[in-house]
Design a protein around this ligand. Structure first.
Ligand code: FAD
Length: 404
């Protein structure tokens, strides 16, 4: 392999470039990224950058040592594939880029709402800087979505003395991510921070100066100086339409991030891998496809994707992990609870430090911790090993989380 193109300059793209070189790839390497900035980290955007504590989150990579050509501010527009294993061409705003190995790492884009009013989203550093300027004392900030991003923006805005309202369609915050029962445990944090939380409210449109709500009453408006929309993201796959790759919610891959064709053969393309927020990868551990939109996967999975592209044996078997910093708390999650049998509380959720664990029989499926980082580390190890636990011990915050 002598010409590898990485499309996407987020963390997954950078880590793929680093991993290719560290695994001995010596050929030409080009990274194409739609943003004009040097690749940077996104988690601080809704935390330190909004708070005004940081303005630069550039990823610390040695581009000279990587011998990687950076095409910044350039966008891939289409993908034309040759026979499997024979590469193809990325059409881009910088011209045609032939390759014999391709890494797709185009991440995800925020979902927006209908309406003519201005809506802030928070995916890029430019968007974070713009929003930060508007979080001034007394400004009426209305945030749509009480998910991870919504909660973090609310935290920053409330700290700056804004009048913050969060509008959520579900009955609790974080219902989609961690379920309504656990999501409800975070609802009091909003009031405590002086943030008005309105759940079960559907937005019809973003209008000039506020939101129009949907629903039986109709016609209700919430006035706002700024509207921030944090209702989720979708993989950035538009440029792959008609490429012949199988696309579902993300780019479909096997357990090594190798893509698959969308024809009857459904052949694996060993010369094209997809990784990070844009990839829907096969998890042998969970026996289904996962699309994990979190930093830890963007950091670690490219190692496996790069190995696969170079023809080395590799499979990704990590337990999903993420964190969020909201309302003065560190929230961490590891595992996957979607098929769990039951939930166990570990400590009192009305207190400052607690956790919940999801179990199936005597197996620990997942844990969510609030300011209990040690629980997280211990549980993550147990989940990864798949060893049995004593459910009564898991429910006791004074006992370490460990194998029974
Ligand atoms: P991205 O970071 O989205 O990078 C993709 C890049 O590809 C972008 O630069 C994009 O412009 C570029 N691109 C897209 N299309 C094209 C194209 N056609 N041609 C060329 N380039 C293209 N995760 C956590 O676990 N914990 C957190 O606390 C946390 N906080 C977050 C806070 C914010 C505000 C955001 C936005 C994300 C946060 N995340 C967090 C998620 C984490 O940042 C992402 O999972 C991670 O950035 C994914 O990396 P990626 O490289 O796959 O995609």
């Amino acid at each position: 392999m002598d010409r590898v193109i990485v499309v996407g300059g987020g963390l997954a793209g950078v880590r793929a470039a680093e991993a290719l070189r560290s695994k001995g790839y010596e050929g030409a390497l080009t990274l194409v990224s739609a943003e004009r900035h040097m690749p940077y980290d996104r988690p601080p955007l809704s935390k330190a950058v909004l708070a005004g504590d940081s303005d630069d989150t550039t990823v610390d990579a040695d581009w000279d040592a990587l011998r990687c050509d950076l095409l910044l501010g350039e966008r891939a527009t289409a993908l034309r594939l040759a026979e499997p294993g024979r590469g193809g061409t990325v059409a881009s705003t910088a011209g045609d880029l032939p390759f014999d190995g391709l890494v797709i790492a185009t991440g995800a884009e925020p979902v927006t709402l209908p309406g003519d009013g201005h809506q802030h989203v928070l995916r890029t550093i430019d968007e974070a800087r713009d929003l930060r300027e508007r979080l001034t004392e007394g400004a009426r900030i209305v945030i749509v979505g009480a998910g991870w991003i919504g909660a973090e923006v609310a935290t920053a805005a409330a700290k700056k003395g804004c009048a913050v309202t969060v509008v959520e369609a579900a009955d609790t915050p974080l219902a989609g991510a961690i379920g309504p029962e656990v999501g409800a445990l975070t609802a009091p944090w909003y009031a405590e921070a002086g943030v008005a939380l309105r759940t079960g409210v559907k937005v019809a449109a973003v209008e000039h100066g506020g939101l129009a709500l949907a629903g039986p009453g109709g016609g209700e408006r919430i006035d706002a100086d700024e509207v921030v929309v944090g209702i989720g993201v979708r993989p950035a796959l538009g440029w792959l339409d008609g490429s012949g790759l199988l696309l579902e919610r993300g780019v479909v891959t096997d357990g090594s991030f190798r893509t698959v064709t969308d024809d009857e053969a459904g052949a694996v393309r060993p010369d094209v891998v997809a990784v990070g927020d844009c990839a829907a990868w096969w998890s042998g551990r969970y026996g289904r496809r996962l699309l994990v939109e979190h930093w830890d996967t963007a950091l670690n999975a490219p190692d496996v994707a790069a190995a696969a592209l170079l023809g080395q044996d590799a499979a990704y078997d990590a337990v999903p992990y993420f964190w969020s910093e909201q309302f003065g708390r560190m929230v961490q999650y590891a595992g996957d609870h979607t098929r769990s049998e039951r939930l166990v509380r570990r400590g009192d959720p009305s207190g400052r430090k607690w956790a919940v664990a999801w179990l199936t029989g005597d197996r620990l499926d997942a844990i969510l911790t609030v300011d209990r980082p040690r629980d997280l580390v211990q549980a993550r190890r147990v989940i990864a090993a798949g060893t049995p636990v004593d459910p009564d011990a898991v429910a006791d915050p004074d006992v370490p989380v460990r194998q029974a």
